[in-house]
Design a protein around this ligand. Structure first.
Ligand code: ME8
Length: 660
């Protein structure tokens, strides 16, 4: 029999291994935990899109003093406590569409066994010794501090009182690795990111490095992994926890699997635990003869309404509440759009509301709904065929922007610059919205000779939206899925691959679209308290006293004109008023609030045509009730009897800007 020799493929499989910290189960998760986990999810989803086989690991840190104390407060044993608390984490991750491939609990035997094996190997390597320790200890943080580090009897990290203890323990010769670690950091600029954090660690390593106490006497703390060669001790919780990054991919259990995933591509952590990762973990890995992770990224810290988040302040943000109120995707979007990854940031409901309404509901949501409405109306609900003969320069701009976006996203993702990625994606959203206005499909639809052009325009919009759905998928997966399937794209998003599926023109003509409900239904702004402008009137202006100006009634003084509060308003929803041919009911965003306005413009404009337009609103007009609907303000338009043209702007201006 003839044997066919197969050429061995030498191409390495592309893998990506990303982790989050494993969170303590002493309390329920909050926005900080959600942040790191959502960021890791974005990376994992993005890498899968790019064809990487991805392993995304998160989990819970269940041993140690903090957990033991929390369990004692609840009057249950620590394992029962952990079993109860882990549910909150698992449920939150499912609610936030977290696509982790595994979930580690440090009480799981597949982990505890490896921790003991690690200790045995360290012992065998001769890097452990016992010594008695006398000094300062922060009980809640489980950290030893030197005399110089302690600040007035308090822990330099958490500020709580430290205790003086004296006990015998196992130590790891961490000090021996200082120079090697410094060299590694210097030689690998991507090892610690961002740059400022890298410098911090290098600064820390300028000082002498102490050895690390890696045991706790059982007599003092029983809730930990027993030392395999000394029953009087349990493992220091940080050593236990850090080992999760290797235990779960198979270290000491499944070498083939371990080799496939290790070293990790990224450990995402908050800046609070950078030292434990950059120094403790790196030196432990060196002692085990293992490679160091490729990147350790330490992100910044969230405060809430400008204050540190804490239980005692009662300002802890529950991610469940935010996802419930705004939707999972909007919450995910906000976390990564609001603050450059790596920097500290401030969370406020108001800021979330503003981004939700302006970027998600107005920009993206409207683009999607108006495009699909027009396809429904003008091309029978099917994706039209683009026509080469009707191509114009602005079509090419859209296609070129989509291609350029792909390159920018790839570059910025590699830099963990999530907010920039989103900003760039929105540049395309804005371009597409402008493209609608410039090409005015509703005008093209009026003349049969323009049908081919109309089809080209609508195809281009649909294709832009589909490409946007791919780029947005890592951030807002559920919405992206809805966008793509609404456009008749049949590949499920988790099977979409870049660049195969995001080239221009892949969307097939003839597919039936499905409009569905709004991607991001507009949310009502809470009424903001009136902001008195210094020197301005506190009461609303009364009727203008024309006679008292002393000049001809056909002219008004500049003061009289100034009493008009003219504002840039963006039309964020528009619908016909039943039984009134001329009237449209509009929602007009004027920055601080959204006004309901009834306007007599229906003979000239359909709701689709004016959606998203910026108009001039007379904001301090006395409210009126028209056909039973309250109207608060008037939009300016030209025309004698009937409206001929709406007054709008050449440049884009933010809603609420003053017109004068
Ligand atoms: O430290 N802003 O667990 P932990 C941003 N078990 N991120 C925040 C945050 C905030 N205000 N608060 C928390 C532990 N985080 C250890 C980790 S890993 C081997 C062991 C996030 O429950 C951030 O990622 O205290 C931070 O590093 C982590 O939660 C700390 O979680």
């Amino acid at each position: 029999m003839k044997t066919v020799k197969r050429k061995k493929t030498t191409q390495k499989r592309r893998t990506f291994y990303v982790t989050t910290p494993i969170y303590y189960v002493n309390d329920v998760p909050h926005i900080g935990h959600a942040y790191t986990t959502v960021a890791a999810d974005v990376l994992a989803r993005y890498k899968r899109l790019r064809g990487y086989e991805t392993f995304f690991l998160t989990g819970t840190d269940e041993h140690g003093q903090k957990v033991q104390q929390a369990a004692a407060r609840n009057g249950i044993d620590p394992q029962a406590h952990a079993d109860r608390m882990v549910v909150a984490f698992r449920e939150l991750w499912s609610r936030l569409s977290i696509s982790n491939d595994d979930f580690v609990r440090t009480t799981d035997p597949r982990h505890t066994g490896v921790v003991q094996e690690v200790l045995r190997r360290l012992q065998a390597a001769g890097v452990l010794y016992t010594a008695s320790y006398e000094g300062w200890y922060c009980l809640p943080d489980e950290r030893f501090w030197t005399e110089e580090e302690v600040r007035e009897g308090r822990c330099p990290e958490c500020g709580r009182p430290v205790e003086h203890i004296s006990e015998s323990n196992y130590f790891f010769k961490m000090s021996a690795y200082r120079d090697r670690l410094r060299q590694h950091i210097r030689r690998h600029p991507d090892f610690i990111r961002p740059e400022t954090r890298r410098n911090e660690v290098l600064g820390f390593l300028d000082r002498p490095l102490e050895d690390l106490c890696i045991s706790r006497p059982r007599a003092r703390l029983s809730w930990g992994i027993p030392f395999p060669f000394d029953k009087d001790y349990v493992t220091y919780v940080w050593v236990d926890a850090l080992v999760n990054y290797i235990s779960i991919p198979g270290y000491g259990r499944d070498e083939r699997r371990f080799k496939k995933w290790w070293p990790a591509d990224v450990h995402l952590v908050g800046k609070d635990i950078l030292t434990t990762h950059a120094v403790y973990w790196s030196t432990l890995l060196m002692a085990l003869g293992l490679a160091l992770p490729k990147t350790l990224f330490a992100h910044g810290w969230w405060t809430v309404d400008g204050e540190k988040m804490s239980k005692s302040r009662g300002n802890v943000v529950d991610p469940n509440t935010m996802a419930g109120e705004f939707g999972t995707d909007a919450f995910r979007y906000f976390l990564l759009r609001e603050v450059p990854f790596g920097q500290d940031g401030d969370f406020s409901r108001k800021a979330l509301m503003i981004r939700y309404n302006s970027e998600l509901a107005n920009d993206l949501g409207n683009l999607f709904s108006r495009t699909l409405s027009m396809i429904e109306r003008y091309t029978g609900g099917r994706i039209p065929k683009p026509n080469a003969r009707t191509q114009k320069a602005d079509d090419r701009v859209l296609a070129a922007s989509a291609r350029a976006l792909d390159r920018t996203v790839a570059r910025e993702m590699d830099r963990f610059s999530f907010h920039r990625v989103l900003r760039e994606i929105w540049t395309l959203v804005d371009k597409a919205n402008r493209y609608v206005d410039q090409n005015a499909p509703w005008e093209l639809a009026k003349d049969g000779r323009n049908i081919a052009r109309l089809e080209t325009v609508l195809y281009n919009l649909a294709e832009t939206l589909r490409i946007l759905s791919v780029q947005l998928y890592p951030f807002i997966p559920e919405t992206a899925e809805r966008m793509a399937s609404g456009l008749g794209w049949t590949t499920p998003m988790d099977r979409v691959r870049m660049p195969r599926d995001n080239g221009w023109g892949k969307l097939k003509s003839g597919r039936t679209i499905q409009k569905g409900r709004a991607l991001f239904p507009r949310m009502e702004n809470e009424p903001s308290p009136p902001q008195p402008v210094p020197g301005s009137q506190k009461t609303p202006p009364k009727e203008m006293p024309m006679e008292s100006t002393g000049i001809e009634p056909s002219t008004i003084s500049i003061d009289a004109f100034r009493k008009l509060d003219l504002r840039v308003g963006r039309i964020v929803s528009a619908e016909k008023v039943t039984g009134a041919d001329k009237l449209l009911k509009l929602a007009v965003d004027i920055g601080s609030e959204t006004r309901q306005v009834v306007a007599g413009i229906a003979t000239k404009y359909t709701p689709d045509e004016i959606l998203g337009r910026s108009v001039i609103l007379v904001a301090n007009l006395k409210p009126a009730v028209i056909r039973g609907i309250e109207s608060r303000g008037m939009i300016l338009a030209a025309g004698e009897k009937e409206v001929e043209a709406l007054a709008t702007f050449i440049e884009s201006v933010p809603p609420g800007s003053r017109v004068k």
